[in-house]
Ligand binder design. Structure first.
Ligand SMILES: Nc1nc2c(ncn2[C@@H]2O[C@H](COP(=O)(O)OP(=O)(O)OP(=O)(O)O)[C@@H](O)[C@H]2O)c(=O)[nH]1
Ligand SMILES: [Mg+2]
Length: 238
């Protein structure tokens, strides 16, 4: 199985080396032919430079540098293209770099794809899933956002805002990635909406999301506003 893991980074210098080691461990124990594609937006803390060092040590780590903070959505797309065009991977994952997404779950996503799913999302909101170390406010916000998103868009997925995902290559090849207008976090709901519209089978596998202990969040109020606007644009797009 040839897989690529797209990891967008912006100021994640402490977490990235730990994450990379964990992913490589999972590749080894599961006999996976895998690559890690770090997409760094010229992080002021030097994450991009560190990623280059890691890449020099192990060729399975690939690094894409962008000129500035262009958003998590376009970072995912840039990584997907590398996973398809350069690595020719069967499955392409996305995973946050702040250690909230445990690489130990990678085999669970793969078995869901083996069972016929085209897209698999790592879900906090199905049986067996959850969130560690989030306060009531953050829990309520995330839950609420997901309820609103799946209701407004009519997509039967419990966790539409999770960034831990796995797509079959054919899915990403068939979607018109250039037509996705969200550059930031709302990209996550937008691409899932198109997957559903195209009739791809979307599955959910439970994950325990662990709140970051290094670095700081990039999820701004502006991104939350764009989340609502994107829902409305997609809902009323015709
Ligand atoms: N390349 C790139 N990566 C980004 C950008 N914005 C966020 N990221 C990365 O995307 C991932 C998710 O961002 P987070 O800030 O952790 O968002 P979150 O998980 O919703 O928020 P927290 O729970 O506070 O961590 C992290 O790996 C970030 O470094 C961006 O503009 N460009
Ligand atoms: Mg995070």
């Amino acid at each position: 199985m040839n897989i690529s893991i797209v990891v967008p980074t912006y100021n994640e210098i402490e977490s990235l080396p730990i994450l990379v080691d964990k992913i490589l461990d999972v590749f080894g124990t599961n006999d996976l032919d895998g690559h890690i594609i770090v997409v760094d937006d010229n992080s002021p803390d030097g994450t991009g430079k560190l990623a280059d060092e890691l890449s020099r040590r192990d060729g399975r780590i690939q690094v894409i540098h962008r000129t500035g903070k262009l958003g998590i959505g376009t970072a995912h797309i840039r990584g997907f293209r590398h996973g398809i065009d350069v690595n020719d991977s069967d499955l392409i994952f996305s995973m946050d770099s702040d250690l909230s997404h445990d690489p130990e779950y990678i085999p669970d996503f793969i078995s869901m794809c083996d069972n016929g799913f085209d897209v698999v999302v790592g879900s906090r909101y199905i049986r067996g899933g959850g969130v560690e170390n989030w306060g009531l406010h953050r829990r309520a916000m995330s839950r609420g956002a997901n309820l609103v998103a799946s209701t407004v868009l009519g997509v039967a997925v419990g966790d539409m805002t999770t960034g831990y995902r796995c797509y079959r290559k054919a899915v990403l090849q068939e979607l018109d990635l250039d037509s996705i207008r969200s550059d930031g976090y709302s990209f996550l709901e937008e691409i899932l909406f198109y997957c559903d519209q195209k009739g791809f089978r979307i599955g959910e596998t439970p994950i325990i999301f662990v709140d970051r202990t290094h670095g700081s969040s990039k999820l701004s109020k502006a991104e939350m506003g764009k989340f609502i606007l994107t829902l409305l644009r997609l809902r009323f797009r015709n």
